[in-house]
Design a protein around this ligand. Structure first.
Ligand code: SIN
Length: 334
C-alpha cells in the first residue's frame, strides 16, 4: 500500500442530495435529503483513504431539486479554486441525482481544467438497506485520481458506470441504474475502483470551452415550456412578458409545437428572445429546418440536448451573444 502522504490530494465538495440523506425512523416512508455532512459521508467509506487524501468542503446542503444558478456559480468557483492548486489531482462533488445532469453539464462548460471532475450521487439514502452511496463514492474517488481520466471533461459516476456530463440523463424515479447515456454511450465502467475506459467525449468541454466563470455573477433567465396535445400559447406569452431572455420548447416529436404556439414562439423570437427547440421524447436529434422552418422563424435546434441541458447551454450562450445563428453554432459544437 502507498504511504498515506504520497497519495494524491482530492477535494470533495458536498452539496447534499440522497447520498447524504437519512431514512425516517419508525418504519415511516421517505427520507431527509442532505442530512449528513461531507465528513460523515467519508467516515462511511474508510476505504477511500487507500486511494487519496480527501479534503472535504460543504458547499451546500440541499436536495438537488433546490439547486439553482447561485449554487452553480458558487460550486464552480470552489471547484475551479481546488483545480488550480497544482497538487490537487481532481475534484469529487456529491450531489442529488434529480438535477445532477444539469449541474454536471454546466460545470463541463465553465471549468478550465484537464483534471477529472466527478459528480456522484445515490438513489438510496445513506442509512437505507443496501445504500448505493458508499460504493459510488469510492468509485468516484478512484476515477478522480486515475491519470487516464484527465481531459475527459466532467464525469458522473453511479452504479458502476462512468458517464460524460453531456450525455447522461436521469431516466428512472427510484432505481439505482437511473442514469442512461441515451445517445453516445458510456465513458466507461468502474468496479470496486478498477476502471475500464470505453470512449472519449465527442463535444467541446472544460479546457477547450469558450465559456468561463470570469465576470459571471449571474445567468440570464431561460424558461422551459413543455408541449402537449391541446397546448395553449399562454405560457410562452407569460415567459416573454415576465422577462425571459430565452425559451426552450420541450417540443413533441422533433421539437414541434402546434400552430398557435409556433406563432407565439416566432413572435418571441422576433422580439429578441432566443427560442430553442428541444424534444420531450428523451431520444433522437432535433435538426434544423425539417418539420419547422427555423431559418424563417428565427429558431435554434437543440440537436441531442434534452430540454434541461439545452437550457443550460442557452443560459451560457446568452452571456456571449443574442444572435440566434451564433447560438445555433454553439449547439453544434458543445
Ligand atoms: C436529490 O436530487 O437531491 C434527491 C434525489 C437523489 O439524490 O437521488
Amino acid at each position: 500500500m502507498q504511504p498515506a502522504n504520497s497519495l494524491p490530494r482530492v477535494r470533495l465538495l458536498a452539496t447534499g442530495g440522497t447520498i447524504a440523506g437519512t431514512q425516517l425512523l419508525g418504519g415511516k416512508r421517505g427520507y431527509v435529503a442532505a442530512a449528513l455532512s461531507a465528513d460523515a459521508l467519508l467516515t462511511a467509506v474508510p476505504q477511500v483513504a487507500q486511494l487519496a487524501r480527501l479534503e472535504a468542503e460543504q458547499v451546500a446542503a440541499i436536495g438537488s431539486q433546490d439547486m439553482d444558478e447561485t449554487v452553480w456559480l458558487k460550486l464552480a468557483a470552489r471547484a475551479q479554486a481546488a483545480l488550480d492548486e497544482p497538487d490537487v489531482a481532481g475534484v469529487v462533488i456529491t450531489h442529488g441525482t434529480d438535477t445532477m445532469e444539469e449541474t454536471a453539464f454546466f460545470l463541463n462548460l465553465v471549468l478550465r481544467t484537464e483534471k477529472p471532475v466527478v459528480l456522484v450521487g445515490a438513489m438510496r439514502p445513506a442509512t437505507a438497506i443496501s445504500a448505493d452511496g458508499p460504493m459510488n463514492l469510492f468509485n468516484a474517488v478512484a476515477v478522480a485520481v486515475h491519470p487516464e481520466m484527465r481531459g475527459r471533461g466532467v464525469l458522473v459516476v453511479a452504479n458502476d458506470e462512468i458517464h460524460f456530463a453531456r450525455e447522461i440523463a436521469k431516466t428512472n424515479t427510484t432505481q439505482v441504474g437511473t442514469f442512461r447515456a441515451t445517445y453516445r454511450g458510456l465513458a466507461g465502467l468502474v468496479h470496486s475502483g478498477r476502471i475500464h475506459l470505453y470512449a472519449a467525449p465527442v463535444r467541446r468541454h472544460t479546457a477547450a470551452s469558450d465559456f468561463s466563470l470570469r465576470e459571471l455573477t449571474q445567468l440570464p433567465r431561460v424558461e422551459i415550456v413543455y408541449a402537449y396535445a391541446g397546448m395553449r400559447p399562454d405560457l410562452i406569452h407569460a415567459a416573454v412578458r415576465t422577462g425571459a431572455a430565452g425559451l426552450v420548447l420541450a417540443g413533441v416529436g422533433d421539437g414541434n409545437v402546434n400552430a398557435a404556439c409556433r406563432a407565439a414562439a416566432a413572435e418571441a423570437a422576433k422580439a429578441g428572445v432566443i427560442v430553442v427547440r428541444s424534444s420531450r421524447t428523451g431520444g433522437g436529434v432535433v435538426e434544423r429546418n425539417i418539420e419547422i422552418d427555423d431559418d424563417a422563424l428565427g429558431f435554434v435546434a437543440a440537436e441531442e440536448l434534452n430540454p434541461a441541458k439545452a437550457r443550460v447551454l442557452l443560459q451560457l450562450a446568452l452571456t456571449r451573444t443574442r444572435d440566434p445563428r451564433a447560438i445555433q453554432e454553439m449547439f453544434h459544437v458543445y
